[in-house]
Design a protein around this ligand. Structure first.
Ligand code: FRU
Length: 499
């Protein structure tokens, strides 16, 4: 693998680089692991979703982008839009690190829609000559025509009492005041959440203090990408703490993305959770999720996550010069006290012709003849589901990517240990999720190198990257009385190189 020098890693995009990126883009277009309906980087590395919002009839989403290869280098923001959260269009480079305040990267941030504008609050990863980091919280503004202008002055300067790790502002409005929730590390090297307040977006930001979560003292050594959303009369707090304890079968990723539902009042600096924190995704590759500033879905939040995690490598695509994707957007609601995460509704329209169908365990239509489609939507249901096994991408009699359920234990198991290409296996190759009420419906979205499993219409979600080789192409299934349909999925992402 290529060794990156400091100057190769910290390049800012200029027009002169277009030909280089065109060549890289061209070389990865035919990769077997490029997807059909996920947001993926044009070239290079994608990490967190940023600035997600609904504005002027469209969803706007940005991603953390290092254009030149599969490493975490100089971060830019790349812009994509959609009318339905399913069909995406590339819009071009949105933010590049050309200020002193962001000279080592435009790090993550969020959007606030106000009047005719989108305000983008983000972290300027600024470093001085000896590479000491000074984190600034900065502001940019997008007008109705999509033009983005940066404000020259920081909203928030580095805060005393905290280390260089202060980042990922979530900007929101509540009862006529503006707030920023920020991830930070205190001088004892503990992860904390800071809350700032202002009467105006452009200036006047004051630190209110640390948001305490009742019942908790410890969230590891750093809290990244915090988000807080009001859903009906409850609040949803989510963030990505680094260094929390692994529990048996849970929080097994290197870094995890957690959530709590509960009560909150910004003026009291205390979040009162309804129940202990949980993983937002019970799979292998999920981090830094963010909700959109939106009013399209009532009493709900709209979430996008990074289909990856800090400190992970994905050698199959890293070697090709690209890395990372965003997960499918999810609609979050709180039902009977539980967080439910459903795939965006328009994803249902993406199901094209039916390739396979079984009713009550009997095959009624089979155009697959045992071959696994590289992109597909699988729907499985039976309210009295007993036992089933679904083996995606298996090879001549051997098992592949295994999804199975056992009604006796009510455990859904996802096992990727038998695939030829293993990634980040030190963080576990099997996930087991207990479903209190059993399993009645399962929706599985497969897209070349991704599998997203929604159990019981969003009660639990399990996401996994998977890198099947050409000979890992057989689908096998077994189970009593299942109703199973497999559809071809439409291509909805955009491959055009617009910078
Ligand atoms: C999370 C993160 C953020 C940071 C960004 C930099 O993955 O580390 O905390 O702003 O990525 O790309």
């Amino acid at each position: 693998m290529k060794e990156w020098t400091q100057s190769e890693r910290y390049r800012i995009y200029t027009e002169a680089d277009k030909a280089e990126l065109e060549a890289l883009h061209e070389s990865i277009l035919n990769s077997r692991w490029r997807t059909d309906y996920h947001i993926q980087p044009l070239t290079g590395l994608l990490n967190d979703p940023n600035g997600f919002c609904w504005f002027k009839g469209k969803w706007h989403l940005f991603y953390q982008w290092f254009p030149y290869g599969a490493v975490h280098g100089m971060k830019h923001w790349y812009h994509v839009t959609s009318e339905d959260l399913v069909h995406w269009k590339n819009e071009g480079l949105a933010l590049k690190p050309d200020l002193l305040f962001d000279n080592y990267g435009c790090y993550s941030g969020s959007a606030l829609v106000q009047d005719d504008r989108v305000y983008l609050a983000y972290t300027g990863n600024s470093k001085d000559f000896d590479l000491t980091r000074h984190p600034y919280q900065l502001l940019a503004c997008m007008d109705h025509a999509g033009r983005i202008t940066k404000y020259g002055r920081p909203l928030i300067s580095p805060q005393k009492g905290y280390t260089e790790h202060q980042r990922d502002p979530k900007i929101f409005e509540y009862k006529g005041k503006y707030y920023i929730l920020l991830g930070a590390q205190n001088e004892e090297e503990k992860g904390v959440l800071l809350l700032f307040e202002s009467n105006q977006i452009e200036e006047g930001w004051q630190l209110l203090g640390e948001v305490k979560v009742r019942g908790y003292e410890n969230f590891g050594f750093m809290c990244e990408c915090p988000d807080i959303e009001k859903i009906g009369d409850k609040w949803l707090l989510l963030f990505s703490p680094q260094g929390i304890e692994k529990e048996s079968g849970r929080f097994e990723q290197k870094f995890n993305n957690i959530y709590m539902t509960g009560d909150f009042d910004p003026e009291h600096l205390e979040f009162i959770p309804d129940a202990p924190y949980e993983e937002l995704d019970c799979g292998f590759d999920f981090y830094a999720a963010q909700c959109a500033a939106q009013s399209q879905f009532e009493n709900a939040a709209v979430l996008s996550g990074w289909f990856g995690c800090g400190g992970y490598a994905y050698p199959p695509t890293d070697e090709e010069g690209w890395s990372g994707l965003l997960t499918l957007p999810r609609i979050l609601s709180i039902e009977n006290g539980k967080l439910i995460q459903r795939p965006a509704p328009a994803l249902a329209e993406m199901k094209k012709e039916i390739l396979f169908e079984a009713k009550d365990g009997t095959i009624v239509n089979d155009r697959l003849h045992g071959l696994m489609p590289v992109s597909a939507v699988i729907h499985l249901e039976n309210p009295n589901l007993q036992l089933f096994e679904l083996s995606l991408f298996s090879k001549n009699g051997k098992r592949g990517f295994e999804i199975s359920y056992d009604r006796n234990t009510r455990v859904l198991t996802v096992d990727r240990s038998l695939m030829a290409n293993q990634v980040n296996a030190e963080y576990g190759t099997v996930r087991k999720v207990r479903l209190d009420e059993g399993l009645s419906v399962l929706d599985v979205y497969v897209d070349h190198s991704t599998v997203e499993i929604f159990a019981n219409e969003g009660e639990k979600v399990i996401s996994a990257r998977v890198f099947p080789e050409a000979d890992e192409k057989i689908i096998r299934m077994g189970g009593r009385d299942i109703n199973l349909s497999i559809y071809r999925a439409e291509k909805t992402n955009d491959d055009s190189l617009i910078i």
